[in-house]
Design a protein around this ligand. Structure first.
Ligand code: ACO
Length: 466
């Protein structure tokens, strides 16, 4: 989805709905620095952040100039050039099971001024984002949230969790294998180019990660405001494999009271290989003169405890929904990922906003690839050829012959679009949503089949905020 995100016209429904309330909905031209700066100020205020310093403002301008940036304006307020609501969005790939990615629409910076709250402004903005995402050809939309009660009404649902992992230094005796390469301390700025390449590979192998934008790497490496205390305290590690090729990096800082061992804290550990992941963890947990190590936004399936003599050295806290996904085009979304088992499964999807409603037949083969058939003739992928369907059914039924396969009716489940988002990356098991009374099966064995098909070899994980 490489295109100019501002080329899509402003959403007419949101414009009309907001005009009806005496408000103007505007797409900001990034060349209009005054408008962009006022928007950035409103965005910071909306999240209760301090006003940005010049260097931060410059960074935000650069990031936002790559995005679609909307503001809502009220001509009647004391400072009418400052928007009363903000939102930004951009096309980005979302990694899915099988080492592939799906075209996604990332949404961020959703704020409404407390002077204008609960008048339907956020609703107008969020519905417009879905309409724009569809026009852009995105199969899914995605966001990270401040509160878990805001976005379900637009069809978003938690799809990948994150957690805080704390390691008690005294108990952290390493028993995992040695990595064949070496870990080096490097200046964060020296990582700029390598970090992009490593991140791309780390993102590709982890369902739930989204494409990094250049500004995200600058922020991770403390390059936005290198002279700030926070950037100067940042230390960077790089893992090179046995051939001298960089395969991973991490940044961390130690905070401590005078004469006390501190805590080493990190929120960036990007590994393109398992060796890199192990080696970076090892250096992080084996530091002296720290009480422990705290990793933020880590996976709920971190392998760390299996590499320490005492698994209780590791405490997992703050397990939280982190990535929220909204399926816009089920056929495109479902064909993008790979499946854990062959089979034919009918999904009856309910979507109050209409985007994903309908009956979809998912036909996965043993190699994990799938096609999706939409009976009404508006399929994003063609109906699979009859022999292929027969073979997939036979495999699903555990039969080798055609006659037995023909007898097996496809199994079907009914689910809300939010439940589809939650099982999509393999982070939530269909059987759990069935036990919660959210997914129902119309034919026996359908939930069990869904369970096997939607399983992901790697637990989905998103390691950044966006
Ligand atoms: C992707 C991101 O950017 S996440 C960041 C979200 N932003 C923030 O947390 C910043 C602080 N909060 C805000 O700016 C605002 O309160 C917002 C953006 C969350 C909501 O804006 P508003 O314009 O007040 O929302 P709006 O009036 O359109 O409400 C739409 C619906 O959401 C509900 N809603 C709005 N805010 C919340 C909330 N914080 N918690 C639960 N429900 C909410 C409303 O009750 C309404 O429900 P209904 O239409 O189903 O009856």
């Amino acid at each position: 989805m490489a295109f100019e995100p501002r080329s899509i016209p402003i959403d007419p429904d949101a414009k009309a709905a907001l005009a009806h309330r005496g408000l103007e909905y505007r797409l900001i031209d990034p060349g209009d620095t005054a408008a962009l700066d006022a928007w950035i100020d409103a965005d910071h205020r909306g999240f209760h952040h301090a006003r940005p310093r010049d260097v931060g403002q410059e960074y935000d301008r650069a990031v936002m100039s790559e995005r679609r940036v909307h503001g809502v304006y009220d001509a009647g307020i004391a400072e009418p050039d400052v928007p009363v609501a903000t939102v930004s969005s951009w096309p980005a790939g979302l990694s899915v099971p099988g080492g592939r990615s799906v075209d996604g629409w990332a949404v961020s910076s959703v704020t409404v001024s407390p002077t204008h709250r609960r008048r339907g402004i956020a609703r107008a903005l969020m519905e417009a984002e879905l309409a724009t995402a569809k026009r852009a050809g995105a199969a899914v939309a995605m966001l990270t949230v401040t509160e878990a009660t805001i976005y379900g009404r637009y069809g978003y649902a938690p799809a990948a969790k994150s957690t805080t992992v704390e390691v008690d230094r005294r108990r952290a005796r390493w028993t995992g294998p040695d990595a064949p390469g070496r870990v080096h301390f490097v200046e964060p700025s020296s990582l700029r180019e390598q970090a992009a390449a490593i991140s791309r590979r780390a993102v590709a192998r982890t369902p739930g990660e989204i494409d990094r934008w250049p500004g995200a790497l600058d922020r991770m490496l403390g390059l936005v405001d290198p002279e700030s205390d926070s950037s100067r305290s940042l230390r960077a590690l790089r893992y090179d494999d046995q051939h001298g090729q960089p395969q991973g990096f991490a940044t961390f800082r130690v905070t401590r009271e005078p004469n006390q061992p501190g805590w080493a804290e990190f929120d960036v550990l990007a590994a393109a290989t398992d060796d890199a992941e192990r080696a970076l963890w090892r250096v992080l947990v084996e530091q002296d003169f720290v009480a422990g190590v705290r990793g933020l936004l880590r996976s709920v399936d971190e392998p760390l405890e299996w590499m320490l003599e005492d698994p209780r050295a590791v405490t997992v806290r703050d397990v939280a929904d982190h990535l929220w996904v909204r399926i816009i085009d089920p056929a495109a979304a479902l064909t993008a990922r790979r499946y854990g088992a062959a089979g034919e499964l009918v999904l009856d999807i309910d979507d109050p906003l209409g985007y994903a409603s309908g009956r979809y037949t998912l036909l996965a083969s043993a190699d994990g690839k799938a096609v999706v058939h939409v009976p009404r003739g508006d399929a994003a992928t063609p109906e699979p050829a009859a022999p292929q369907r027969e073979r997939a059914r036979a495999r699903a039924a555990g039969e080798s012959g055609g006659r037995a396969a023909r007898a097996a009716e496809p199994r079907s489940i009914r689910l809300d679009v939010r439940d589809l988002a939650s099982i999509y990356l393999g982070g939530v098991r269909p059987s759990v949503l069935a036990r919660a009374g959210r997914i129902t099966e119309a034919s026996r064995g359908a939930i069990e089949l869904a369970e096997r098909m939607f399983a992901s070899a790697r637990t989905p994980h998103l390691s950044i905020w966006f």
